[in-house]
Design a protein around this ligand. Structure first.
Ligand code: KG4
Ligand code: ZN
Length: 348
């Protein structure tokens, strides 16, 4: 495979990485915009684009300096994501590839998350994907189970409404305990009693492999308001930490609800999880325990690769041109149209 420069600007992280021919992560740079968006309690699209414009040229220059050999391919996230933010990355990548006479490959952001568990940040090669993998992607905008089989991807079940990360973010915002909400609630939950607050965990009768977070989110917000905890930001209160633990358990319960049925049906060699929410402590523990009980290997990305990063984009790009699933510009390699995607940071 080719030494690949990856560029990711779909949401609120400007990221640039280089993977060598064996998929070793040579360079992995990230400029987080969390501080810029934090005062607004969520991502402000125009601000995101402007921050990408500032950071991207600096990161690419630095990455090229750190590369251990000549770059042979440029891979860039082409969607889904914020349109303006994506445009910054795609146009920059196109100009860089053109100026360096390199092929350019467009990568689906979700494909990036799907391949992220196979990467090592300790200097090891990228691991090959086994024949059949059950893969959960749970992020700020997306919550779905996939079957990865012999290089193909099939979505098996998904959220009907909000994404898991979005639910964490919204509830944390109402409580005023920090942004982004996932890591904030995760930290609080470690001190709380998950059985303290009863929250609904609806299963959809007509679609048992799908899940829903909107009822849970509304019930959680109602409970916060009823208890007079809205905007309190009081992370020392027992009620707040107990609530955080109960809410986390309910979200994780929703995400893992379809796992038994999916595993029985598809008999995977491996179960993986990726996306920002795969950093969640309880989700990691529950998956590890599940794998232990069933004798199925669980593979999670290293924490630094759970949230958006460019190493996963470079890996998806370099693998895609081998399987022929990538969309190529500027090179002579075969390409295929990327399926349509919705323009939103919350890439559902
Ligand atoms: O994958 P990601 O960086 O961005 C998207 O592609 O959306 O995921 C960000 C999401 C945020 O909603 C954040 O609150 C959530 O991942 N997240 C977590 C944790 N760390 C990040 N959710 C629960 N527990 C965590 N430890
Ligand atoms: Zn993402």
């Amino acid at each position: 495979m080719l030494r690949t420069l990856g560029i990711e600007t779909s949401c609120d992280e400007t990221a640039v990485a280089i993977l060598d021919r064996d998929g070793r992560v040579e360079v992995n740079l990230l400029s987080s915009q969390i501080a810029a968006h934090a005062p607004f309690g969520g991502v402000v699209p125009e601000l995101a684009s402007r921050e990408h414009l500032k950071a991207l040229p600096i990161l690419v220059k630095r990455a090229v300096e750190l590369a251990e050999g000549p770059i042979e391919l440029v891979a860039v996230t082409a969607g889904p994501g914020l349109v303006g933010a994506l445009l910054v990355g795609v146009r920059f990548a196109a100009a860089f590839a053109w100026g360096s006479s390199l092929p350019l490959v467009a990568v689906d952001h979700l494909e990036g998350h799907l391949v992220s568990p196979f990467l090592d940040l300790g200097g090891g090669r990228a691991r090959a994907e086994p024949e059949r993998v059950l893969a959960l992607v749970a992020s700020g905008g997306h919550s779905s189970w996939y079957l990865l089989e012999n290089g193909t991807r099939r979505r098996l079940g998904q959220t009907r409404d909000d994404a898991a990360g979005e639910s964490f973010d919204k509830v944390a915002q109402v409580l005023d305990v920090g942004y982004p909400g996932g890591p904030a609630l995760d930290a609080l939950a470690r001190r709380g009693d998950a059985t303290a607050v009863a929250l609904p965990r609806p299963r959809l009768k007509d679609a048992p492999l799908d899940f829903s977070f909107s009822g849970l989110k509304s019930a959680a917000i109602r409970w916060i308001r009823e208890q007079g905890l809205a905007g309190s930001g009081d992370i020392g209160q027992t009620a707040v930490v107990d609530f955080a633990a109960s809410f986390e358990a309910a979200v994780v319960g929703q995400l893992l609800g379809p796992l038994d049925e999916l595993a029985a049906k598809h008999v995977p060699q491996l179960v993986s999880a990726a996306g920002g929410v795969s950093a969640n402590t309880l989700l990691r523990e529950r998956l590890a325990a599940w794998g232990n009980d069933r004798g199925v290997e669980i593979l999670l990305p290293v924490r630094a690769l759970t949230t958006d990063n460019a190493a996963m984009i470079a890996h998806a790009g370099r693998s895609g041109i081998v399987t022929g699933t990538a969309m190529i510009r500027g090179g002579s390699m075969p390409g295929r149209e990327r399926p349509g995607s919705r323009p939103a940071c919350g890439h559902r």
